[in-house]
Design a protein around this ligand. Sequence first.
Ligand code: HGY
Ligand code: MN
Ligand code: MN
Length: 418
Amino acid sequence: MTSPAIKAERLQQRLEAFSHIGATPAGGVNRQALSPEDREARRLLAELAQARGFQVFQDAMANLFIRRSGRDDSLPPLLIGSHLDSQPTGGRFDGALGTLSAFEVLEALEDARLETPGPIEVVAWTNEEGSRFAPGVMGSMAFAGAADPAQWQSLAGSDGASFSGELAATLAALPEAALRPLGTPLSGYIELHIEQGPSLEKEGLAIGVVTGVQGTRWLKVTVTGEAGHAGTTPLPYRRDPMVAAVGMMHQLQASVMPSDADARLTVGRIATIPGSVNAIPKAVTFSLDLRHPLAARLDAIEGEVRTICRVEGEKQGCSVEISMAFDMPPGVFAPGMIDTIEAAAGRLSLPSKKMVSGAFHDALFLARVAPTAMIFVPCRDGISHNEAEHVEPASIRDGARLLLEATIAVADILAKGA
Ligand code: HGY
Ligand code: MN
Ligand code: MN
C-alpha cells in the first residue's frame, strides 16, 4: 500500500469533461436539476464509478451515491460530495468541484489500496440550486427528513415541466443505480465547495473552514391590479400592478441592504400577466431572495417586506399576496468537525480561516443528521452563479488534497467513536 495522493491532472480532466455537459457559449454550464443535461452528468459519473469497481445507488429523490467498501461494511458510510445541477447560466465549478473532488478522493484511496475503517460514499444531491424547481436543496432536505417529497409531486418548474415526471425520468435513466431507501444512516458528511464570495482570494488564503451557513428565505410577491388598454387608459383610471411592484422593489433596495451590511435582498425573477406590450398588466409577480446570518433579522426583514408591499399596493389600488417558497434557517457545523478540518489544513500547510457561508448548501441539512463540515476554496473575484466562474488549478489541487486528508482523518475518528 502506498500513501494515497490526489492526481490533480485527472481531476482537471474530469472537470473539463463535465463542463462540456450543458456547456453554454459563454463558457459556463446550463445543467438544471432533473434536466437531460443533469441526467447526462449523472450517467457519466456512474460510468466512471463502475469502471473503478465502485457500487452505484440512488434513492427516491434521485440522490446519487457511489460506494467504496471499507474494512467493516456494516458501519454507516462517511459521505463526501456536493451537487451536479447548475444555475441556468452557471459556472463549471459550483457543485461540480465538490462532487468531482470527492470522486478523485475515492480514486486516490483505490489507487493506494488504502482500506478505510468503514465505507466511503460520494454523493451528488438532487436539485441543490432550486432555480428550475423551487425550493433548493431538495435532495438533501428530503434525505435529512426535513421535508416530505410528497409535497413536491405536483410541482411545476420555471419552464413548466412536471417535477414528478422529470424525477421519474431521471431515476429511470440510471437503471444500474440500485435503489435504496431515502435517508439511509451515515456516519458523517464533508462537502468541498467554492466560496462564491471574494474573501479568501482577497486575503490570499487557500482554504475556508466553514463554521455555518446563513439563513435563506424565498418569497413570491403577486401584485394584482386591473388589466387595461395601454393607449386609452388615462392615469387616474389605472390600477397598474407594475407601478406598485416598481415602488416596492425600489423601497426595498433602498432600505434593506444599505441599513444592514449582513443583509442580502435580491430580485432575480419578475413576470407580468398577460405580458402583452400594449396591455396594462393584470398582475405582476416577482421573487425575493432574503439572506441573513441571524434568524431574528430575517424575520424583521420579512416584516419590512410585507409592510412596504402592502403600502405600495394600496397606493395603486392593487391587492398583494406574498407566499413563502423556501425557508432555510441559519445553521452551524459541529465544532469537532471544524477543528478536524482546520487541523488537516495545518498538516498540509494550507493557510485557512474560519468563516460563515453566504450561500446555502446541502451540508446545512446533513448537519441535522450527522457530524458535518465544509471546506471552501477561493474562486476568481468571488464570482459565481455566473458563466465567468473560475477556480485556479492550484486551488483545485489544494481543495482536493485537503478533502482527501480530512476524509481519512474523519473516517478514523468516526470509526473509533462507532
Ligand atoms: O443560492 C445559493 O445560496 C446556492 O448557491 N444555491
Ligand atoms: Mn453550490
Ligand atoms: Mn449555486
